[in-house]
Design a protein around this ligand. Sequence first.
Ligand code: SF4
Ligand code: SF4
Length: 402
Amino acid sequence: MSEKSIVYWAPPNELISALSPSTAIMKTNNLVKTRLLLDKILDNINSGDKVGIKVHVGEAYNTHYLRHDYVFEVVNAVKSKGGIPTLIETQGLGMEARHRTISENFTISFGSRKTATKHYNTARLHGYTESIIGAPLKFIDGEKGFDAKIFEIEGVHLNKIAIAAGLFEFDKIIIVSHFKGHGLTCFGGAMKQLGIGCLAKLGKFRAHFNENLSINSKKCNISKCDQECIKVCPVNAIKIEGESAIIDPSICVGCLGCSESCPVKKAINQSFNLDFKNFTEKVVDNAVGVLSSYDRKNIRYINFAIDVTSQCDCVSSPNMSIIPDLGIFASSDPVAIDKACVDAEINAPGLPILNQKGQWTQPVAPGIEKFNAMNNLVNTSSFFDAAVKSKLGNIEYDLIKI
Ligand code: SF4
Ligand code: SF4
């Protein structure tokens, strides 16, 4: 991939005098800019096309998710081309909400995107409803995230991919991403939406865990439980042998229901993937798999680099914005668009952050990688190195300002 890819960029709202002509003021509006950008990239949509708009509605208690107003503009842009838009999304890892006690009288539950029923509630809370946005929301991996199409791939780490089955119902896909930090991949944007967001639960499990779940026969003790793991397993992958349970990994769909419900500490072995390089390479394996299975020519990407926090929208407490808004980016190349966002993030001045002692920290200077400075376990380059090596897209780009 030697030729440069094109990335369109609309800078964020400019400061403009309230006395300026109204058209000039409107041209500074991020929503108007969204439509101008989409006009550049949605040249592939034909009248009657079923268009899936991949979104992330944000976790409950998260207040930095992508506001539904932006998605409303994407829906309207699709309709203006004669397309039939549907918002599409997949379930998060695990099955059960978790609870955290905040004070004596106040407990919050999070993990609000693990089944479609809960996920719809969270979507409603964040304005992602048909009555507000003008398009229905469909969970393309089904109620529990198990509806998958499995493809063989030749990845660096993975040889199979579990893509959300409903993805293939659509003629065209628009990947809508909120560009922000992420604890495992350093940042989240188009590549992560492809390599995690388009997968069914099994695919997400394989990226996040090093090995299949297994029973620790020294800890598992059927006299100390009601065999909750067996009751909860949706695919009958667990049975009792002697005094303990065993899991058949060839049947397990990685829902984590057994480990969430087992009352005996450490009875189920699970190896969460904390090797960040390995994780980014697996995400790239999956993203390449999606683009090999679903014609990459039919996918477009738009990244909103607005409210850029150091953590992802999957968490319920994402912290403060770490840089000023960078604007909106659009492209037909998932690597080029993410690289343009990261380059803009590096060049931007950091914002002061309030630390846990209530003191303002010194802002990170322009030219320094902000996400990396916030979380020195990961860096953006390992994600791009993997993407270039696997030919996911082009890291070279021409930036065209709108
Ligand atoms: S894994 Fe847990 S729930 Fe299942 S049999 Fe063992 S102790 Fe009981
Ligand atoms: S063994 Fe069953 S309950 Fe446990 S993760 Fe696998 S599918 Fe889910």
